[in-house]
Design a protein around this ligand. Structure first.
Ligand code: GLA
Length: 677
């Protein structure tokens, strides 16, 4: 476990974003009383408070925050303090109009919302450092400070003149010479050859398609540039003597502007804002996905910084979650390493842009069904304090399956004019994760070049660009005995999105033992069957097996009889290639069968089929088996464990009703069985 993976607050942090600057002192009193009743122990302050803290340039007003911190201290409630730099105030915009972000089409944005900053603008960076320094000097050693929440969801892309200069510097460092850049970007195409770095712009509105290598480099640059801004803030805190842990909140699932592995290295603890995008059973799978990503980025425990307390936004409607589900979701995150259940937000705003967003205290106030369930949640979370202790060594969750994750895959599939514009990196990765989740098998995500010694199976979904080093890493894994499964859209190009010619997927052709000649997306809605009975959609390829075994062939049109799924033996391991887009059901069946063949067992055999989610979180000399029952019929488990929530023993059998949850405390590796009902 990495050093950054040691965040152990001794209790589950419970609470949310609190914005006292929106309310009067009478409401503060009521808030603190409601927090006491709900057993809230943590709030996040200051996320968008810049104009309240610095109403005019250089004039700081902190009395209100001093008073809030005094009241929190008296109530025994800790806090994350945010740097408010995601929302520069109007005075800043008026004084430094060049620090407003510019869209690719040239539109310069203005204040009146939030996130309007040009990350490379010197005036913005200086103002951000100044307010950070001020907060660090005043509050950096406060005993209630649980950590620094730097900025909020970094993610504004700027295509303006400041970004242009910074992009040129970044490119000069990356490529060294303009000739190397011209080569990497294939600028001979459409007369784009550059004579110097000074001629290069961020991708902006162009008459026709932009250069894909320029597009992906701009995404990488933007992530690095925002990371540099975050590091500057962290350095201000440290210079002021504050040693509190530092985090910034990542966001899932809608957009992805950060390369999370490099960011996580610069944080003391990873935190995530996670908003569900479905109300069906897939919401539970989505919780598991977000939590597994956050734990993997962190290399250990992490902080769930935000989730919606009451609603799931779907197709323009905010649909209710329900209290039982809310509780199971909180437990699902904690089972997978979260040290918190924090929410956006504590009190539902009366005005402003997000006045209809859910909160722990709804507009109706403390006398409400929502708040009743919040109090119940507080009780449950208090009993889970023992879960937050960390194992002396080894991972929080023992997973033998790894899925490769890298933002390059996401960004590559967002470049225009690919063979299909209906490709989504996150959909492909999520579908892969969902299959293992449905099988009840724990999963880690891994970075390229990660140590894979604990992982018997590595799945590479849709990782379109692969560098030489990444290809060598995959080869070494397989030759050393690893089982690799690669899905279509992986390894088509090098890191500059240059197709590796001679047959697809060019970067992995030798390892996979195949040679593809044509990429053949299927028309919308068309599904075809393979010889092994699996059904595929979206994508097929004209493929031959050079020295791989053919596991399944196509049966349709001009591809009938040709390989669709192959497996090559390499050294002590195997490399499987899936050249077509499995439907979810086919993917589920194949991945579960492959895991079974490798002897990778579900956490609790039979549980997933009954709708029972089972996750074993390792602790200090103890394990906690989380059992979350999303199914429709009661189930009974038995084994030598005790439920932290009810105190009941499972020795003679413990029954879970639909919607129920238990957290069994066990000696390490104690078996628990699911009984037939
Ligand atoms: C983000 C932000 C919050 C709030 C929520 C609403 O995650 O960090 O300030 O806007 O979304 O879902």
């Amino acid at each position: 476990m990495s050093a950054r993976g040691r965040f152990a607050p001794g209790q589950v942090l419970f609470g949310g974003d609190w914005s006292p600057e929106q309310w009067d002192p009478a409401t503060w009193d009521e808030d603190l009383e409601l927090m006491r009743r709900a057993r809230v122990n943590t709030v996040t302050l200051g996320v968008f408070s810049w104009s309240s803290l610095e109403p005019t340039e250089g004039a700081f007003v902190t009395d209100w925050l001093d008073e809030i911190l005094e009241r929190l201290a008296a109530a025994g409630i800790g806090f994350f303090l945010a740097t408010p730099t995601a929302s520069p105030p109007p005075w800043f915009t008026r004084a430094y109009p060049d620090a407003l972000p510019v869209r690719a089409d040239g539109t310069r944005l203005t204040h009146g919302s939030r996130d309007t900053y040009a990350i490379s603008a010197p005036a913005y960076r200086e103002a951000a450092r100044r307010i950070t320094r001020r907060l660090a000097e005043r509050y950096g050693r406060h005993p209630g400070l649980r950590g620094w929440h730097l900025h909020n969801e970094y993610g504004t892309l700027d295509h303006g003149p400041h970004a242009e200069r910074a992009f040129q510097v970044w490119l000069a460092q990356r490529y060294g010479t303009i000739e190397a850049l011209n080569q990497a970007w294939t600028t001979a195409f459409w007369s784009q050859g550059y004579a110097s770095f000074a001629e290069i712009t961020p991708p902006r509105a162009t008459q026709y398609l932009p250069n894909p290598a320029q597009a992906i480099d701009f995404r990488r640059f933007s992530s690095d540039e925002m990371l540099a801004a975050m590091i500057e803030q962290r350095e201000e805190l440290r210079a002021a003597g504050s040693t509190a842990p530092v985090t910034t909140n990542f966001m899932l699932p809608t957009w992805n502007h950060l390369e999370q592995w490099s960011w996580a290295e610069q944080e003391d603890v990873v935190s995530l804002d996670h908003y569900l995008d479905t109300v069906g059973p897939d919401a539970e799978a989505h919780v598991a996905y977000g939590a597994d990503l956050a734990r993997s980025w962190s290399g250990g425990p992490w902080v769930l910084m935000e989730q919606n307390a009451t609603g799931i936004r779907l197709d323009g409607r905010t649909l209710g979650k329900g209290a039982s589900r809310m509780l199971r979701h909180c437990l699902g995150y904690i089972a997978r390493g979260s040290q918190s259940s924090l929410f956006f937000q504590w009190r539902q705003s009366a005005g402003g842009s997000e006045q209809w967003h859910g909160a722990l205290v709804p507009h109706a106030g403390g006398e409400s069904r929502v708040f009743e369930s919040v109090m119940r949640l507080g009780e449950v979370l208090e009993r889970l304090a023992p879960v937050t202790a960390l194992p002396a060594d080894g991972p929080l969750i023992a997973a033998e399956v790894a899925i490769l994750w890298h933002a390059d895959g996401w960004w590559a599939l967002e470049t225009p004019d690919l063979p299909s514009s209906h490709l989504s990196y996150s959909a492909e990765v999520r579908a892969t994760h969902r299959s293992f989740h449905r099988a009840g098998i724990p999963v880690d995500f891994v970075a390229p070049l990660a140590d894979l010694s604990a992982h018997r199976l590595l799945v590479v979904p849709a990782q379109y660009p692969l560098s030489d080093a990444q290809v060598a890493w995959l080869e070494e894994y397989v030759h050393g005995g690893g089982e690799l499964l690669v899905t279509y859209l992986s390894g088509l190009s090098d890191e500059h999105l240059r197709v590796a010619i001679g047959g697809y997927p060019g970067r992995l052709r030798d390892l996979l033992g195949v040679r593809g000649e044509e990429l053949l997306p299927l028309p919308a809605g068309r599904r075809v069957q393979l010889s092994d009975g699996s059904v595929v959609e979206e994508w097929t390829e004209l493929l031959t097996a050079t020295d791989a075994e053919v596991l399944a062939t196509y049966t349709h049109d001009g591809l009938a009889g040709l390989p669709a799924i192959t497996r090559a033996r390499r050294g002590a391991g195997h490399a499987t290639y899936v050249s077509a887009g499995w439907t979810q059901e086919s993917r589920d069946a194949h991945l579960a069968a492959l895991a079974a063949e490798l002897g990778i067992a579900p956490t609790l055999p039979g549980a997933a089929e009954a709708g029972l989610e089972a996750v074993r979180r390792r602790g200090d000399g103890v394990e906690h088996l989380f059992l979350l029952h999303h199914g429709a019929a009661p189930v009974t488990v038995r084994g030598n464990g005790q439920d932290l929530l009810s105190g009941a023993s499972a020795r003679d059998g413990l029954r879970l009703e639909p919607g129920g949850a238990v957290v069994l405390s066990l000696a390490p590796e104690t078996p628990i069985h699911l009984l037939e009902d």
